[in-house]
Design a protein around this ligand. Structure first.
Ligand code: 5AD
Ligand code: SF4
Length: 439
């Protein structure tokens, strides 16, 4: 048998991209490649890229410059750009980055073997065609970098919300859902292999739809695979977070008590410009619904600061909403104008960089305070923790997460990754809970 050639994949961006890299790994291992974690020995390097903010693209460009070195050492080496930057920049990337041989958008991964054979003849190869129905439902992902305990399952692709700041509808195309039976089968197979947690992924999982099955129906089916299988999901759009979903969560203790609900801004005027399709009242009423149906549920969010025309008053509205929602965790970003988006066409990127920075700092400081407060309130409580790995800091400790998605570290004793352990919390930092197993 011919020796297998080696593929190294580097992934940037969201969980969806990490999930896509596993699909790519699977397609390539069916075509005489094996994946490697060592870039030095690679015959093929794929970079799965992100376009969400300008700095995500800059990081990839800087990385590409480093690849020149590997190409000099190994002239037959092929370099492919996958994902959102490939889709957004297309041929432009080939002319600007000489090191690149192959450009492939998120819906064209099945075409990789053909594109590769073109690249092997010394020509540049490109496929950025978006699809209305590709979901890769039949492809069994290669679980790259997996801890063997938690896995992603992609349930839908694309996005049609057209938030005015966001590049995703352009890079990932139309929204389409995957056959629920294939999702349940994948969850069952993962459980059989020893996995204990799955995260259902989509740009807006709440708009999942396959015939008569909506997201609440789907997550109920996955939860019923086994009560020992934890189920998480990301990401939700506040406009679509339904009471039926919250009721389904309440009926299944293994659907994790953690909801990511991106706010983006706390100002009604900015939310309108962002085309978010909800206002402060609607958002707070969704938070109250979560608190009613799911007491003790953690809530996390995304915030963008410094969107077009944002005033100090708008910024204070955001800070106020953060306090009221009392988020357990937040991802916080400065607005980055993306070419081709509605905001780029209609609303100038007019908040000065220093103002963006100082507002971002205030937001981060506030979130630190909220996260710490939330963690302090957990001291004295007991949680069921799914142990995931030996703690980075000490070989004598295990690290895992509770249902609320908080990291919990505790002395190992006889426990091992994959075990569910009852842990009593006795201390905390802003980022971590510390405790002890109780038998
Ligand atoms: N600038 C800054 N942040 C952005 N996000 C999306 N687009 C932009 C942008 N142009 C943030 C949003 C989204 C998260 C994934 O990234 O908060 O929820
Ligand atoms: Fe980045 Fe968005 Fe593409 Fe994910 S979908 S890789 S976050 S641009």
């Amino acid at each position: 048998m011919e020796d297998k050639r080696k593929l190294y994949i580097e992934t940037y961006g969201c969980q969806m991209n990490f999930s896509d890299s596993q699909i790519v790994g699977s397609i390539m291992t069916d075509h005489n490649f094996e994946t490697t974690g060592n870039i030095e020995e690679a015959d093929l390097i794929f970079v799965n890229t992100c376009s969400i903010r300008d700095n995500a693209e800059k990081r990839v460009r800087a990385r590409l410059r480093e690849f020149n070195r590997y190409k000099k050492q190994k002239p037959g080496l092929i370099i492919g750009i996958l994902g959102c930057m490939a889709e957004r920049l297309r041929e432009q990337l080939i002319s600007e980055e000489k090191v690149v041989d192959v450009i492939v958008g998120p819906d064209a991964y099945r075409d990789l073997p053909r594109l590769l054979s073109i690249a092997e003849t010394g020509q540049k190869a490109i496929n950025v065609i978006l699809s209305a129905d590709e979901t890769y439902a039949d492809i069994n992902p290669v679980r790259l970098d997996s801890n063997g305990i938690s896995a992603y399952i992609s349930i839908m692709r694309g996005c049609e919300n057209f938030c005015s700041y966001c590049v995703v509808p352009y890079t990932r195309g139309k929204e389409r859902s995957r056959d629920p039976q294939t999702i349940v089968d994948e969850a069952r197979s993962l459980f059989g292999q020893g996995y204990r947690e799955v995260t259902l992924l989509g740009q807006n999982v709440n708009s999942y739809k396959w015939e008569n099955t909506g997201f609440a129906g789907l997550i109920g089916m996955v939860a019923e695979v086994n009560p020992q299988l934890r189920v998480r999901f990301a990401t939700s759009h506040p406009k679509d977070l339904s009471d039926v979903l919250l009721q389904t969560m309440a009926a299944h203790p293994n659907i994790c008590r953690s909801i990511h609900l991106p706010l983006q801004s706390g100002s009604n005027r900015i939310l309108r410009l962002m085309n978010r399709k909800y206002d402060r009242d609607w958002y707070m009423q969704r938070i109250e619904a979560i608190r009613t149906y799911l007491p003790g549920c953690a809530i996390s969010t995304d915030i963008i600061t410094g969107f077009s025309s944002e005033t100090d008053e708008d910024h204070h509205d955001t800070l106020e909403m953060m306090r009221t929602a009392a988020y357990d965790y937040a991802f916080m970003f400065k607005y980055s104008e993306r070419p081709g988006t509605l905001a780029h066409k209609k609303y100038p990127d007019d908040v000065p960089e220093e103002v963006k920075s100082s507002r971002l700092k205030e937001i981060i400081d506030l979130q630190q305070e909220l996260s710490h407060k939330s963690n302090r309130a957990d001291v004295g409580k007991t949680y069921e923790v799914l142990a995931e790995s030996t703690s980075k800091k000490s070989g004598m400790e295990l690290s895992g997460r509770n249902s609320q998605n908080k990291v919990v570290v505790f002395p190992k004793k006889n426990y091992k990754p994959g075990d569910y352990v009852k842990v009593k919390i006795n201390a905390c930092t802003t980022a971590t809970l510390k405790g002890e197993a109780i038998d």
